[in-house]
Ligand binder design. Structure first.
Ligand SMILES: Cc1cc2nc3c(=O)[nH]c(=O)nc-3n(C[C@H](O)[C@H](O)[C@H](O)COP(=O)(O)OP(=O)(O)OC[C@H]3O[C@@H](n4cnc5c(N)ncnc54)[C@H](O)[C@@H]3O)c2cc1C
Length: 610
């Protein structure tokens, strides 16, 4: 048998939220391959991302049924369970497309490529495996030898893994599930071997893995070359067509979303200076450029003091979306910090803290990255309870909350797919109206409304704002917190299953906050503490800007920005907000007498709290 006739041993690598070349254990393991070919594949999962925009247009002959009618997606719409939101909204869809596309380009520089597909993961993989089985071209045995993928947390993700394993058994193909290494602490270094032993309190967990500066493993190098693509790749079946440009990919993801009503009464862009705190593109290049810039400018050393900010770009790293998709790993970020702390490279040589070891900023950043690790381990421990209205705590007598539920998903969403829903509690129209106002930033609480408008328009809002928003919905309005979590899933560019659902549970008092129901944020006090000049709130609630910068600015006006229902009838008229529901009928009137009402307090060093 000549070399050309050697049987092919093809490795199929099914990429998910591990969209990077460097520090990727699967790519790193391919240095001395037993494989003749590598087929990297990314499948846009139809249950989590709406894929009907990939259906070929009716003008394309392959897209029409024999009767000449336009083809349709065989999958139900990718909607959330409780409220019927699109599961992946426009901001994350674009970010994901950019990340996938960049990896495709990077793979091309190392002798490879990324095969893009859409659909149910099992369906799509079956098409590939059976495509190879039925390929009779040439005399060389042409088949997939192994399927590898990276493990993830989340019930759907585990089901996908289960489906892939079963398919591999059916097709007699080897299967390997790799550990997800995008976290700070490697699974192999955790003091607990079974997630059930994870402490229910973060601090207890933290103490078992400190010192954090020594906790991360070294990063893995990027490959210089990879095994070539197989000569034959089964084509993507109709009715889907995969675009050949990044713009085409974004269009296909956006098309069905933009053709629907995203949110009745959605906020519109206010005039400058409101601008997105988030302007990063998806992919590893932007992620590395971002952390390098934060090191160079010294922002990492100031992180402890700035991280509770809400306005601007550099108060926090803005690396969450890249971390969520695995464009960068926590240990890569840690490596940048260590190089800076130990002056191992010139990056940051002129910045505060260079070469002086761990400082309060870099250690706080590691601490936050550990929160992300912890939330992920909670997801592993509690599994389906991550999405349960009673949370990790379960329905334990006095802890159980009488949540107000939606009686049905919104009319502007598609029909539900038959999943069970809880219809107890307050199901009248008031809850629906309150939810709609909450979503569109019209609650009457300045901080909550600014954050919700920012979120809808940009896909990002700060951690401080997220905590206040979640607390407002769950603790002040008593509304089913899962609606908030689903909205965040839809809108956030950085949505991450464990971090989003775990944090919502934490703030709603059904998760791992030891103080549970007894901790609630006072959004007015929080505004005083973190937005004392109302710069953040008025950036997004531009209607109220004259209260802080114009003729209406006065000693008592900050309180009126925080809660516009306090405005006098004359001021409402002058501002043009008379008659607005968020001004006339606030969803909550919040008492707080703890501070001077002068609004002249100096900008604080932010409080430490989570
Ligand atoms: C209700 C609610 C929902 C949230 N949903 C998400 C989500 O879907 N995805 C997500 O990545 N984060 C989520 N967070 C956590 C946090 O708000 C974001 O990680 C952070 O705001 C992202 O901005 P950053 O990258 O600039 O953060 P930085 O302040 O720069 O933090 C650095 C990194 O640490 C991690 N981190 C920081 N705080 C937390 C935290 N509380 N929990 C877990 N990880 C943390 C993130 O990976 C972040 O990128 C949520 C928080 C709340 C209160």
């Amino acid at each position: 048998m000549s070399a050309q006739q050697q049987p092919q041993r093809i490795l199929l690598y099914l990429l998910r939220r591990d969209l990077r070349l460097a520090d990727n254990p699967i790519f790193a393991s391919l240095k001395s391959p037993p494989f003749t070919h590598l087929l990297p594949v990314y499948i846009f999962p139809a249950d989590q991302i709406e894929v009907s925009g990939f259906v070929a247009s009716p003008s394309a002959s392959s897209s029409t049924t024999p009767a000449g009618t336009a083809a349709r997606s065989p999958y139900p719409e990718a909607r959330s369970r409780v409220a019927g939101f699109w599961r992946c909204g426009i901001h994350r869809a674009k970010f994901l497309a950019q990340s996938v596309w960049e990896l495709k380009q990077h793979l091309r520089t190392v002798n490879s490529d990324l095969d893009l597909r859409v659909g149910d993961i099992g369906d799509a993989l079956r098409i590939i495996l059976s495509g190879y089985q039925s390929d009779t071209n040439g005399s060389v045995a042409n088949h997939i030898a192994r399927v590898w993928m990276t493990a993830e947390e989340g019930t759907e993700e585990r089901r996908q893994e289960h489906d892939v394993r079963r398919l591999c058994e059916e097709f007699k193909v080897g299967f390997k599930l790799w550990a997800d290494e995008k976290y700070l602490i490697d699974d192999r270094d955790l003091p607990i071997k079974d997630a059930r032993a994870l402490p229910d309190v973060f601090t207890t967990f933290r103490k078992t893995v400190e010192p954090l500066r020594e906790a991360a493993r070294p990063v893995l190098p990027a490959p210089n070359a990879l095994p070539p693509l197989p000569p034959f790749i089964p084509p993507h079946p109709a009715p889907f067509v995969i675009p050949t440009t990044l713009d085409g990919l974004i269009d296909a993801l956006h098309k069905p979303l933009l053709a629907s009503v995203l949110l009745p009464g959605a906020p519109t862009w206010p005039p400058a200076p409101a601008k997105s705190a988030y302007d990063l593109a998806g992919g590893a290049v932007a992620a590395h450029a971002r952390i390098a810039q934060l090191v160079k400018s010294g922002a990492v050393s100031a992180y402890k003091e700035t991280r509770n900010g809400m306005l601007g770009q550099d108060y926090s790293t803005k690396l969450s979306a890249h971390l969520a998709l695995g464009c960068i790993t926590a240990r890569q970020i840690d490596a940048y910090l260590r190089d800076f702390e130990d002056a191992r490279t010139p990056l940051g040589a002129n910045a505060d803290g260079y070469g002086k070891g761990e400082n309060s900023g870099t250690s706080t950043l590691r601490f936050e990255l550990l929160w992300r690790d912890y939330m992920r381990l909670c997801a592993r421990k509690f599994n389906a309870r991550l999405f349960d209205v009673h949370g990790f705590r379960g329905e334990r007598g006095q802890h159980s909350v009488a949540w107000k539920y939606l009686s049905h998903p919104f009319r502007w969403s598609a029909e539900r797919d038959g999943l069970s829903r809880d219809t107890s509690g307050d199901t009248n129209g008031e809850t629906t109206q309150a939810v709609l106002r909450f979503l569109s930033g019209r609650t009457g609480n300045g901080l909550v409304d600014a954050s919700q408008r920012e979120l809808f328009l940009t896909g990002y809002t700060s951690n401080r704002a997220r905590q206040n928003v979640a607390s407002f919905l769950a603790k002040r309005l008593g509304i089913d917190w899962r609606i908030g979590a689903e909205w965040y899933e839809s809108c956030l560019v950085d949505h991450d299953i464990s971090s989003n659902w775990g944090n919502w549970q934490y703030v709603a008092g059904v998760g791992n906050d030891p103080r549970g129901q007894s901790r609630a944020f006072n959004q007015v006090k929080q505004s005083f503490d973190y937005d004392p000049r109302a710069e953040y709130i008025t950036a997004w609630l531009s209607e109220l800007r004259p209260l802080v910068e114009g003729s209406l600015a006065g000693s008592d006006t900050i309180l009126n920005v925080y809660q516009a229902w306090r405005l006098s009838a004359e001021d409402k008229a002058r501002l043009g907000v008379a008659g607005e529901d968020w001004v006339e009928q606030p969803l909550a009137k919040i008492e707080w007498r703890g501070a001077s009402t002068s609004g002249s307090r100096s900008f604080p060093q932010f409080r430490k709290g989570r």
